[in-house]
Write a protein that binds this ligand. Structure first.
Ligand code: ADP
Ligand code: MG
Length: 451
């Protein structure tokens, strides 16, 4: 990536926060960075019509975004095709290889963009949970407090929490929204008590969570074994609740069925609204697959989708996984997804106990959830910091978990195997040097194993 591309990527990141996804895709993404020229960045726009729209509607947004991330860039020049040759001599030719881009474990709250309300398929089994989640996202802390979501593995609890997070970021940007897994909460807490080098660590921990306007703790069943963490959750809960701040909890079962959960916590968890998510019926499973076809841009007829939907009854993650298996099988065999024989071949050795096995897809999903990024970006071409570090972590975990050659992992990311070995070595070195990295990797590993 050239320097100007890196700069433009950063600016894009800012612009993305300020315009709708559609405008971003339709207009902003057509812009290409050309070079830096004096104190300006030169941007290429493909047509005159686009240039008109961009200068009329988005020039200020682009300017503000640039000013935010690079105050030293004071001008923005839009050029059309015929003006390009004039800037040829200012272009850089050297590309920075991916490994050279400084990748850092950033600590701020991001939510997986794809986990939103729009692509959460509604059905009888989840409509109540969806409705309350939306109500809470619209007016946090007002009506349904706390919200306790429960349901089996892979039924959409984490998706709904991220959707609430995304919604709040877009509609109430002033709110401090915190999402943590109960693992992360527990580890944070334990570290804060054990941190003798910093007298303030305990206070910092408390402040961090008690300053939340909306606190989500995912998979709360995992705190049940830890008495001191339960105590801390109790105090955090009370503190936020009294201030009228929103609390959202999720679990694989209802509060009364969480063994060793203290009574006082159980009553608090049940004091607001408890919403259950049930396994989807066949019709809804087909709807989920249809949605996924649209997202993946493939056409598969309903009979075939029904065959797939009948195979997996109780876990939407596995259901989607099976469809992506069919799609990649079809690609590999150069066949149409509607070829029945091919589909049956792809499904042949699918067994329900398959979820025990860790796959590259599962590692990818968990890494994306942790860092709040979309899968298509993690495996895609973007090379900004926000995705490079998570990608390296994913590659590292794949090397750790899976007995597959580096070349296979490379193929998954569409990258050279040397990039993969570089990522692996880089992350394993960082684990030794940085507690943050070590903790992040530990958390993600746990979420992969406990899925
Ligand atoms: P849980 O946290 O309950 O174990 P997740 O929220 O991680 O489950 O969901 C697993 C996968 O299934 C995710 O990829 C998620 O996007 C998808 N998923 C779950 N419910 C739905 C739904 N109603 N519509 C579309 N996708 C869904
Ligand atoms: Mg989850």
């Amino acid at each position: 990536m050239t320097k100007v591309e890196q700069i433009w990527n950063k600016i894009l990141g800012e612009i993305e926060k300020k315009v709708s996804a559609v405008c971003f895709d339709v207009w902003i993404k057509t812009i290409e960075p050309v070079c830096l020229y004096k104190n300006s960045i030169v941007l290429y726009v493909p047509t005159e019509a686009t240039l008109n729209i961009i200068t009329k509607r988005y020039a200020d947004v682009v300017k503000d975004a640039t000013n935010t991330v690079f105050p030293s860039i004071t001008g923005i020049e839009y050029v059309l095709y015929d003006q390009l040759p004039a800037f040829e001599k200012y272009k850089e030719t050297e590309k920075t290889p991916e490994e050279k881009i400084e990748a850092t474990p950033e600590e701020f709250m991001r939510f997986v963009p794809d986990y939103n309300f729009d692509n959460f398929v509604k059905g009888k089994s989840n409509e109540f949970a969806l409705a309350v989640s939306k109500a809470v996202a619209e007016k946090p802390g007002k009506k349904y407090n706390p919200l306790f979501l429960h349901g089996g593995v892979g039924l959409g609890k984490t998706h709904l929490m991220h959707a609430i997070g995304n919604y709040c970021k877009a509609h109430h940007p002033e709110l401090n929204v915190i999402y943590v897994t109960s693992e992360r909460f527990t580890n944070d807490y334990i570290e804060s008590i054990g941190n003798t080098a910093n007298d303030n660590a305990c206070k910092e921990f408390r402040d961090k969570y008690r300053e939340a306007d909306l606190l989500m703790i995912d998979d709360i069943q995992f705190i049940a074994k830890k008495t001191s963490t339960q105590e801390e959750v109790f105090h955090t809960f009370n503190d936020l609740y009294l201030k009228g701040h929103q609390i959202i909890l999720s679990s694989d079962r209802p509060p009364k069925e969480i063994p060793t959960l203290e009574e006082r916590l159980r009553t608090r968890f049940e004091s607001g609204i408890v919403a259950e998510i049930n396994p989807p019926d066949l019709e809804m499973r087909i709807a989920i697959l249809q949605n996924m076809c649209v997202a993946e841009n493939v056409t598969i007829n309903k009979d075939i989708l029904q065959i797939i939907a009948e195979k997996v009854t109780s876990n939407i993650r596995d259901l989607k996984g099976l469809l992506s298996r069919v799609i990649s099988y079809a690609n590999l065999m150069c066949q149409d997804c509607n070829n029945l024989e091919m589909v049956l071949g792809a499904l042949k050795d699918y067994a329900d106990d398959e979820k025990e096995i860790v796959t590259m897809d599962i590692i990818t999903e968990k890494v994306c959830e942790y860092f709040g990024i979309d899968k298509k970006d993690l495996v895609g071409k973007k090379r900004n910091k926000e995705v490079v570090y998570p990608r390296q972590v994913a590659a590292y975990l794949m090397c750790e978990f899976l007995a597959v050659p580096l070349e296979t992992i490379g193929m998954y990311f569409d990258r050279d195997h040397t990039t993969i070995s570089h990522s692996r070595d880089k992350i394993s070195a960082q684990i030794k040097e940085s507690l943050t990295v070590a903790n992040q990797v530990k958390d993600i590993k746990n979420s992969i194993l406990k899925r």
